[in-house]
Design a protein around this ligand. Structure first.
Ligand code: 7TS
Length: 414
């Protein structure tokens, strides 16, 4: 495993470097589950597209447009290898995970889910992997069913097995919960879904920054990810889909560059993946995502995971020592994927985050776009710290020191 100097690695992130004096910023960014920070190579790649290759990709045959197309299509190849898809045709660029899942809901869900059918989701879904299925089941007259999780955030596979029946058409689950950090056994769920003839849609927004994804090994039908959560740009996401399924689906959006030919009243759609990419694409974003993938490959999951676990352990063990704090989900740092969601007795989660903000620590408070999970946990809102490998022990200690003062500063004593 390569060894890196973490301070040197942090210097690759412009936001961690104070522009004025070149020293590292005195600011702990612990909201990585909302969006990661981006290394300079990603920002440069995006800028380089506009500075050196800018033309509308996939259209002109003049050299600049061909270059733009190459940048865009090379990014697609990069994503294909990154998640081990069979072919680049299975990689559709979208804006983000939300759009990817909506694509599946509109183009696959509405066509294939009928009255009497069932769609199964887990209770820990982000709204992005819930609302589209609410829409599909409401429009089709199908039933939306929920897999509830255990106290530690895990799924009881016996319960999952019992919930998947011949009526199940779609199983939509997140690989990693953005609230509990729990990792769901998507490979096993995919097997159960396939045994009953259902397809599985996996929300990979929170998993891709932290673990190797192999869609072939997982045998999932659809997999969605967001560039901005994995060191890439905002506004670029991916939908992976098995070619045989994507081929049969109708387009989600219609317009420029997604056609083969058009007559007055009809159109023949383009082949995959362009059938699903209407209008001018985000080529600069794709270039940035390509750079993010190369960045992750340079650092390696092994190094990132080791650091994340060390930091998560430090934070979790530290929180456990402070009275009146409850951390949701597993007792084990290994099961948190760097995400720690917690409450402080008597103190509103937004007040907790205000104390942390006053101490220059950025966390998120609220329902984290997973309201049904919070209702299931019996809370309205929580505070969440989410870590990335580039966080430091000093930042965790600063966070813990601040957390130890929350109740006192809010007038509840120690
Ligand atoms: N799925 C999961 C599991 C997520 O955590 C998020 C974003 C999304 C889907 C949506 O991703 P988007 O790129 O389409 O916006 N989660 C969060 C969060 O936890 N805090 O801010 C955004």
């Amino acid at each position: 495993m390569p060894e890196f100097d973490i301070n040197k690695l942090r210097e690759e992130f412009p936001l961690f470097v104070n522009e004025k004096n070149g020293s590292v910023l005195d600011f702990a960014y612990l909201d990585n589950a909302a969006t990661s920070q981006r290394p300079k190579c990603v920002i440069d790649a995006e800028m380089e597209f506009y500075e050196k290759h800018n033309a509308n990709p996939l259209r002109g045959s003049y050299p600049l447009s061909v270059e733009a197309t190459d940048v865009y299509e090379n990014a697609r190849k990069s994503v294909k290898s990154f998640i081990n898809a069979n072919s680049s045709s299975e990689i559709i660029f979208t804006r983000n995970t939300s759009e990817s899942i909506n694509l599946v809901a509109y183009s696959y869900g509405l066509e294939n889910v009928k009255e009497g059918d069932e769609v199964l989701v887990s209770i820990m879904e982000h709204h992005s992997n819930l609302l589209p299925w609410q829409m599909v089941t409401k429009k089709s007259g199908a039933t939306l069913k929920f897999i509830e999780c255990e106290q530690d955030g895990s799924l009881d596979m016996e319960k999952v097995k019992n919930l998947i029946s011949d009526r199940t058409k779609i199983v939509a689950v997140t690989q990693v919960s953005n609230v509990l950090g729990a990792v769901n056994p998507v490979k096993e769920i995919a097997k159960l879904a396939h045994e009953k003839g259902a397809v599985i849609v996996v929300d990979g927004a929170q998993s891709t920054p932290h673990m190797k994804i192999d869609v072939k090994d997982l045998d999932v039908d659809f997999f969605a990810l967001s560039g901005h959560k994995m060191f890439g740009p905002m506004g670029i996401g991916v939908l992976y889909g098995k070619e045989a399924i994507l081929d049969k689906m109708q387009p989600f959006l219609r317009g420029g560059e997604m056609i083969d030919s058009v007559s007055r009243y009809d159109a023949v759609y383009a082949e995959l993946p362009h059938k699903f990419e209407a209008g001018t694409v985000n080529a600069a974003g794709a270039a940035g995502l390509d750079a993010a993938i190369k960045y992750m490959q340079r650092i390696g999951y092994e190094y990132m995971q080791e650091r994340e676990l060390m930091l998560t352990k430090r934070a979790l063990e530290g929180l456990k020592k402070i009275p009146h704090i409850t951390v949701y989900g597993s007792d084990l740092a290994e099961r948190h994927t760097g995400i720690l969601t917690f409450k402080v007795d008597d103190v509103h989660p937004h007040d907790v985050s205000e104390v942390l903000i006053a101490d220059k620590i950025a966390v998120r408070a609220g329902h984290h776009c997973a309201q049904p999970l919070l209702q299931y946990l019996g809370v309205n809102s929580t505070t969440r710290a989410s870590l990335m490998f580039y966080n430091t022990e000093e930042e965790i200690d600063k966070f813990l020191e601040s957390m130890a003062t929350v109740r006192e500063r809010m007038g509840y004593g120690k």
